[in-house]
Structure formats: structure tokens, C-alpha cells
Design a protein around this ligand. Structure first.
Ligand code: C2O
Ligand code: CU
Ligand code: CU
Length: 511
């Protein structure tokens, strides 16, 4: 069964965990690691931020050192802090023995500094882009975008968070913003380890839904604990997994408030009890701990829930009860320390103003169809809906958009700068998070339905389900030339590396 069915059920049912007692995961008395907080790399004063891409050794499991990749550190990279209306100077240095390109995901910057596959740094080389940050406050991220190697390099650790502040935005000041204290980066990933503790990854052995790790790591730690003040705490959640969709909920079924999506603040906080996140997406949430001693954020595998025929509620309880069930979902424990100064101010009722284009402003419509093409002529063709046994080893599957696999020498679309467009995107098979560079867009339709309140903010990734259209409206304000085009692609990194990606230019009208 594909994971897409669960999403339909999950979204359509407006499901909640009401009445379900989610017992705490089985961490018994084992000491849990502290949530690693990536150091802040301050880019707000215009000084170059040095980012050294290197190999490392990181302890995901106590006493086991795992060979990894990282930026300035052994695994993942620093959180780059920048500010609206400033210039961010980055100084990447690739010390690996393979090429690397690093993309700023969510940034509104021109193609020549976007960090797509055309901007690969050969071994030993540097790349020093200057980025003019003009967009509103947001949680973005940066990660490997090396042609054909995005999946493996990101999996091994080449990713980090980027926070854009906005000093002129009064609302931002009213939100918890003390990094590492009540404003926490939460990078959710899954990894598989072999007996020696090494990361296991193989693009060619990935199933058709991409590479799934069996162990969740949060900022590189398994089920970590963070000490937080007894007040409002802001989590900047990033699904940094290669392929996995997560469903997030608190163990006590508490309400939290989603305040921001990929591209910045929502118009108003949206109360939620569970939330889906696809690869590449960011969500900022506020959780109120003023009355608590702790709260536990659980990360469910959407595909595990899907395995339960009886629906999501039994799925969630089933994961937690009974000896024969899979391990309890991994979690992030927020432990209240009353000696810390708390942020107690209410969350502002209005966060941002989002102006959607009127119908008459939309000048162009484009359609994109994402297809998974079961390697014709290689003898392993099983047809759509083929059985699960055929899922291992789809290395020669063609992943296409509008019938074409990614070709660095082909410009697939040509877009005019500053003009609103409607993009209609459909999945022929399977669920895909579709991501577009160089912009934030607005979702009109998602999986055939109107976008819900929590999806009506600025986005750069939209989920497509089996055989449903999603529709976005988008406008590009920066240039991307044929030499340095932007990309659109599926953010399941194995799909991207297998060709589910296209290139487009943004130019001013000529003549
Ligand atoms: Cu986050 Cu083109 O990627
Ligand atoms: Cu991107
Ligand atoms: Cu995909």
C-alpha cells in the first residue's frame, strides 16, 4: 500500500488524537542525550561566514563513532543567522575529495548565487556568494545540491538551518526568539546504521518511495531532551529527511500553534494537534509550557501509520501499545527548568498580512506532471501498482517531470520576471513534495482541495498526492540565466537524484 492513501485519510478526516491516551515512549531510565544546538553563525554584520565542508565523526549512539559529513562540525552545520535588508556573505570551502554544491533552500536570491548543481565546487575549491536578503523573516535551510549526489551527501550530514530575522517587523519581536533557549532549531531526519555504526545508504537500492532510515535523529541525536523555560517555546521544525513524511503530535495530545510555514509567518496562529511534514518543509510552532513540567513531541512515520488498516487513531495507539508493535516513535522531550526566564507574552493574534494575487494578475499557466517510470526494457517492469517485492532496487527507474529526466543541458521552462503565474502540478503515481527555487509561493489547491488555514502562508514546497492536482500561484522577482537556472524538483532526494527535476530561467521580457 502506498503512503499516499494515509495522507488522504489523514487530511480528509480532520483527525485528532482526542481521547487517545498516548503513553510516553519506552525510554524508561536510560539517559537521553541533550538536544544538540548547532552553533549560530552570525551573518548579520556583513562579515563573511566561513563554512568548511568536511568529513567528521559523530556519535549518534552512545559510544559509537559514525563517519559523517558536516559544515564546520562533524555532522550538519551551524545555524546561519541573517537579517532582512542586509547582505549575507558566505565563504564555502570544500575540503572533500568530491565536488559539492550547496543550495540555500527558501532564499529569494538570483540563480547565480542559488547554489544549484551548476555551482559545484570541485574538491579543494571555495565558493563565495553574496546574498542580498530582502525577504521577510523565515526559517530556511541549506543543503547539498550536487548533481546526482544530493541524497547521499545530505544523508551523511551536509545540511544546516538558516534563520532570517526582520528587525522592522514588530510581531517578530513579540515571539520567543532566544536561540537555543526558547527558540529551538529542530532538524528531523531518519538514518539507518550498520552493525559497526556506519550510515547505510544506497541510491540504487532505494525503494520507489525513496530511502527511509529506520532511526529518527533530531539535530543528530536520538530522542533528545531540551531544557526550556516555563513559558512559550518556539520550535523551528525542519523535515530534513531524504524521503520520509512525518506526522508530529505531542504525547499528551496538547494543542500547539503553528505560526509559520516555509516562507515566513502565517496571517494568524493556527491551533493544531497533529501536523504532517514532508521532506524539505519547515514549520514554526509555539508550545506553551507555563503549566507543565515537560512535553514530548513525537515523530510518527506516516507509512507506519498507513500500515494500520483501521485508520489513524488505532494506528497511533497501536504504535505505542503491545509488545509486538514497532518501537515507540522517537521524540523530543522538552523539560521545563523553572530557573530559566520564561517568555510569557501571548502569541500575537495577527502575525502577517499575505496578499494573494487577483485572478486578473495571473498571466501564465504551466502544468507539471511527475511520473515514476518503471525502467522499461530492463526486464523488471512490474507495471503501476506492482507488488511490494518489486520495490527493492529501483535504481534504474526513470523519475520524470513532463516526460523528461533532469538534463543539465536543457532549459525546461522560461519564466518572465515579476509576473504572477499559476502552476498546476500533478503526480501520476505516489506522493511527492514539489519544491521550487528562488521564490515563495502560495498554495491554492492541495491534493484536489482548497488549501487549509495552516497551508495558506508562504511556501516553497507543496505536497502532491496520487493522481491529484495541487495548484500554486507564484511570481519570480530575481533573474536566473541559462548558465545559472533555477530548479523545480521533487524533494524526495532519491527522486531528485534519479531525474525528477527540471531547470528554468527567469528573464526580463525582451523586445
Ligand atoms: Cu531543498 Cu532544490 O532543494
Ligand atoms: Cu530550494
Ligand atoms: Cu518524488
Amino acid at each position: 500500500m502506498s503512503l499516499t492513501l494515509s495522507r488522504r485519510r489523514f487530511l480528509a478526516g480532520g483527525l485528532s488524537l482526542t481521547g487517545v491516551c498516548l503513553a510516553g515512549p519506552s525510554w524508561s531510565n536510560t539517559a537521553r542525550p541533550a538536544l544538540p544546538i548547532p552553533p549560530l553563525a552570525d551573518g548579520t554584520n556583513g562579515e563573511p561566514v566561513d563554512l568548511t565542508i568536511r568529513t567528521g565523526l559523530w556519535s549518534f549512539k552512545p559510544g559509537v563513532m559514525t563517519p559523517t559529513l558536516g559544515i564546520n562540525q562533524d555532522y550538519l552545520g551551524p545555524t546561519i543567522r541573517t537579517r532582512r535588508n542586509t547582505e549575507l556573505n558566505l565563504n564555502y570551502h570544500n575540503t572533500l575529495t568530491e565536488g559539492v554544491s550547496v543550495h540555500g533552500h527558501g532564499l529569494h536570491v538570483p540563480g547565480n548565487v542559488d547554489g544549484g548543481p551548476q555551482l559545484e565546487m570541485p574538491p579543494g575549491e571555495r565558493w563565495q556568494p553574496t546574498l542580498s536578503i530582502v525577504q521577510p523573516a523565515a526559517t530556511c535551510w541549506y543543503h547539498s545540491h550536487t548533481h546526482g549526489k544530493t541524497g547521499t551527501q545530505t544523508y551523511r550530514g551536509l545540511a544546516g538551518m538558516m534563520i532570517i530575522d526582520d528587525d522592522d517587523d514588530a510581531v517578530s519581536k513579540e515571539l520567543p526568539n532566544r536561540y537555543g533557549l526558547d527558540d529551538l532549531p529542530v532538524i528531523i531526519q531518519d538514518r539507518t546504521f550498520d552493525a559497526a555504526g556506519r550510515l547505510v545508504y544506497s541510491l540504487k537500492d532505494a525503494g520507489e518511495d525513496g530511502w527511509f532510515g529506520d532511526t529518527v535523529v533530531i539535530n543528530g541525536a536520538m530522542s533528545p531532551v531540551a531544557d526550556v523555560p516555563a513559558g512559550k517555546v518556539r520550535l523551528r521544525l525542519l523535515n530534513g529527511a531524504n524521503a520520509r513524511f512525518y506526522i508530529l503530535a505531542f504525547a499528551d495530545n496538547r494543542t500547539f500553534y503553528k505560526i509559520a510555514s516555509d516562507g515566513g509567518l502565517l496571517e494568524a496562529p493556527v491551533p493544531m494537534k497533529l501536523m504532517e511534514m514532508s521532506p524539505g518543509e519547515r514549520c514554526e510552532i509555539i508550545v506553551d509550557l507555563s503549566e507543565d513540567t515537560s512535553a514530548e513531541l513525537l515523530t510518527f512515520f506516516e507509512d507506519d501509520i498507513d500500515a494500520e488498516e483501521e485508520g489513524i487513531l488505532s494506528g497511533l495507539t497501536g504504535l505505542l501499545d503491545g509488545p509486538a508493535q514497532p518501537a515507540a516513535p522517537a521524540s523530543l522531550l522538552l523539560k521545563v527548568d523553572r530557573s530559566l526566564v520564561a517568555h510569557t507574552a501571548p502569541v500575537p493574534e495577527q502575525l502577517a498580512t499575505i496578499i494573494r494575487p487577483s485572478e486578473s494578475e495571473i498571466k501564465q499557466v504551466r502544468e507539471f506532471v511527475l511520473e515514476m517510470d518503471h525502467g522499461e526494457g530492463d526486464g523488471s517492469h512490474t507495471g503501476h501498482g506492482g507488488d511490494h517485492a518489486a520495490h527493492a532496487g529501483h535504481g534504474n527507474m526513470n523519475m520524470t517531470i513532463n516526460g523528461a529526466v533532469m538534463d543539465m543541458s536543457v532549459i525546461n521552462e522560461r519564466v518572465e520576471r515579476g509576473v504572477w503565474e499559476r502552476w498546476r502540478i500533478r503526480s501520476d503515481q505516489g506522493a511527492h513534495p514539489f519544491h521550487v527555487h528562488g521564490c515563495s509561493f502560495l498554495i491554492e489547491q492541495m491534493e484536489g482541495a482548497n488549501a487549509t488555514a495552516d497551508q495558506r502562508g508562504w511556501k516553497d514546497t507543496v505536497v502532491l498526492d496520487d493522481d491529484d492536482w495541487s495548484e500554486i500561484v507564484v511570481r519570480f522577482d530575481y533573474l536566473a540565466s541559462e548558465d545559472y537556472p533555477y530548479m523545480y524538483h521533487c524533494h524526495i532526494l532519491e527522486h531528485e537524484d534519479q531525474g525528477m527535476m527540471g531547470q528554468f530561467t527567469v528573464t526580463d521580457k525582451t523586445g
